[in-house]
Design a binder for this molecule. Structure first.
Ligand code: NDP
Length: 619
């Protein structure tokens, strides 16, 4: 398998594209699926490594400074030892939307505890040039109607999203009681007082009747474990802590003038690099992009929002858009595609292919997915040929895997950046950078001297819960959540864990699991938690906890349904499939409601509105 050798002409044919007499690539009707599969497999095998997630270095010890907050001066303060009704760990969208729903439910005493110097979560940290959201702003930015904000563009830039986070914080009066630049180190249930004790790195020891945690699926930055990484003598940083003091420029796009005479390297070509490379390319004296696996780069086609059109949207429009997107994104039918983006395109292609084949059986749907994906990926590879002038560079930028094996990317300037004379694509043919030394980076026997090395190496996904969140939760009888979740999450609805009364988890997992629009999961979960807390407070209860039986039933339902995101071992390795290693933890964490996100959202709405909260015990 490792030695499949496909000639240039043959390569074009397997992709479903062919060259005309002038050398231009055209889509063809012929698609040699067997050769295509062999090519995918050969590329996958090249990238398999025994160390999986262990190939990455945790930013601790000598690497801890990579996580320092470059955006604020941390101000000394006295430790906090008071008590609140609700403490929320994490000030990103999860904390903000849950806080908003709690306030709407009349629960005022809410404290958000956040590691960063402000609200925003991922949008607080990720201020790299070009950062923007790949999901359309009208559905991605939560609470638009409540806060009266009109997104300026279909896909908004990061500064606008950060500002929106601050807007939610102000609108719902969440700043008042928040603690910033504060990292939770442990939360512990105290049976005698029926309270959670929350300890932090600032010496705080506060109490809360209820605790919720939403620390984000991509929270903890990771570094590539490349031999010699500690020895680099130039300047280096991770993309989630962009050092504008060094580069010049700003998150809103001012050119990074300080890089004009610098040799800059960037390791990684995932969704982050795809967005920042064009900006680096425009300013760096010379740019070296070290690639292990190319991303798939589909069309972006961003547009400004027309205020007149926006003013025509009636009350309830955002909920309608959310519903429309989720229905289409998960294979359903609507009269109209309101969002019309890359995500709804992928799923409608699969749905329409199944219609065309007249086969909606499980096998039929898999076949439809394969057929439509082969066409889509052929288009994506043909786009590389259209946009890249140098054929060898074009060849290296083509992704050979299914689009959903890795995070699909959408960009209209990334590929073109490689046509600049100052930009060098250093393709490592799946092997990755070999070594780093004091002056630069080695790939094979070639050394690249660098002034600055940027790690676009992503975030931990498949590692243990307490490592990713940075703290452990200790429930009844001293049982640690890290122990209960050693082989993956065990919950009801992704929210409740038996043995952890008055504790709520806020994320997409084991619920709707709608990865293409994470905030939708969070607003629904926030509404559900607000309803439970309202009921608990009104009833004068001390505790609310899921029963062991109800939790088991939920896990059995999910496991029997087998609906999971990613985890396809036939994919090229990446965080979508636990770096190619199928393990119980990864499989379990990404389980979702068997009938899909729309059915889950319907189910959970009825569950919370019934007022019975079936499966929970109020004491
Ligand atoms: P990723 O994990 O997607 O990418 C990490 C990159 O580093 C990969 O290209 C990886 O290669 C590469 N890499 C790792 N080790 C080495 C090595 N030793 N040598 C060379 N290359 C190496 O991280 P990102 O930060 O790009 O993205 C993370 C996620 O954040 C995205 O998938 C997305 O969900 C989210 N995001 C969302 C955006 C949005 O629009 N909403 C924008 C940006 C990010 P390989 O592929 O071979 O593993």
């Amino acid at each position: 398998m490792c030695c499949v050798n496909i000639s240039h002409k043959r390569r074009a044919l397997v992709a479903g594209v062919d060259q005309d007499s002038k050398g231009n690539f055209q889509m063809t009707d012929t698609l040699d699926t067997e050769a295509l599969r062999a090519k995918y497999e050969a590329e996958r095998v090249k990238r398999l490594r025994g160390d999986g997630n262990e190939q990455y270095v945790e930013p601790v010890g000598q690497f801890a400074h990579y996580l320092d907050d470059p955006y604020v001066e941390v101000v000394e303060r006295e430790p906090v030892t008071d008590e609140v009704t609700v403490a929320f760990v994490g000030g990103g969208f999860a904390g903000l939307v849950t806080g908003a729903r709690l306030k709407e439910a009349g629960i005022e005493d809410v404290r958000i505890i956040e590691k960063g110097g402000d609200f925003g979560g991922t949008w607080y940290w990720n201020r790299y040039p070009g950062a923007q959201c790949d999901t359309a702003a009208f559905i991605y930015m939560p609470l638009l109607e409540e806060t009266g904000h009109m997104p300026s563009r279909k896909y908004t830039q990061a500064p606008e999203i950060l500002e929106h986070c601050q807007r939610i914080g102000k609108h719902f009066d969440l700043y008042n009681n928040a603690l910033f630049s504060t990292e939770v180190t442990e939360i512990q249930w105290e049976e005698s007082s029926k309270r959670w004790i929350i300890r932090t790195n600032r010496g705080d020891e506060m109490r809360a009747k209820f605790v919720a945690q939403g620390t984000g699926p991509l929270h903890r930055a990771k570094l590539p474990g490349i031999p010699g990484i500690q020895s680099f003598g130039g300047h280096s940083f991770h993309t989630s802590r962009w050092d504008y003091d060094y580069t010049g420029g700003s998150p809103s796009g001012e050119p990074m003038a300080n890089l004009a005479n610098k040799r800059v390297g960037i390791i990684g070509t995932g969704a982050t690099a795809v967005q920042c490379v064009p900006h680096l390319a425009a300013t760096a004296g010379e740019l070296f992009v070290f690639q292990r696996t190319p991303s798939s780069i589909d069309v972006r086609n961003n547009q400004d929002t027309d205020p007149e059109w926006f003013a025509t949207l009636g009350p309830g429009w955002q909920q309608e858009w959310l519903w429309n997107f989720t229905t289409l994104q998960t294979g359903g039918f609507t009269d109209e595609d309101l969002v019309m983006d890359g995500w709804t395109d992928i799923s409608q292609r699969i749905r329409d292919k199944a219609l065309e084949n007249g086969d909606f059986s499980e096998e039929g749907l898999v076949q439809a997915y394969h057929d439509s994906d082969d066409e889509k990926m052929a288009e994506i590879r043909a786009r590389v040929d259209q946009l890249i002038k140098d054929p060898a560079t074009a060849e290296a930028l083509k992704p050979w895997y299914r689009q959903l094996c890795k995070r699909p990317c959408f960009h209209d300037e990334y590929l073109d950046a490689f046509n600049r004379g100052s930009v060098n694509l250093i393709d490592t043919d799946g092997k990755g950078v070999e070594r780093i030394d004091e002056t630069g980076v080695w790939v094979g026997d070639q050394h690249y001297e660098l002034d600055c090395l940027i790690y676009a190496s992503g975030f931990e996904v498949g590692t243990s819960y307490e490592r990713r969140s940075g703290f452990d939760s200790i429930g009844r009888d001293g049982v640690r959540l890290s122990e209960v979740w050693a082989d993956g999450m065990v919950t009801k609805h992704g929210t409740h864990v038996h043995g952890f009364p008055n504790l709520f988890i806020v994320g997409p997992n084991q619920g709707a699991n709608l990865i293409s629009n994470v905030p939708h999961n969070l607003t629904e979960r926030g509404a559900t938690i607000a309803a439970i807390l309202r009921h608990s407070i009104d009833g004068g209860f001390d505790e609310v906890e899921v029963s062991a039986e109800s939790q088991d039933e939920w896990m059995s339902l999910l496991e029997a349904g087998g609906r999971s995101f990613g985890n396809d071992p036939s994919c090229t390795p990446g965080y979508y499939n636990n770096e190619g290693k199928t393990e119980t933890r990864g499989t379990r964490n990404f389980l979702g409601y068997p009938d899909g996100p729309i059915a889950y959202f319907d189910y959970i709405k009825q569950w919370r509105e019934s007022g019975k909260f079936e499966g929970l015990q109020f004491r």
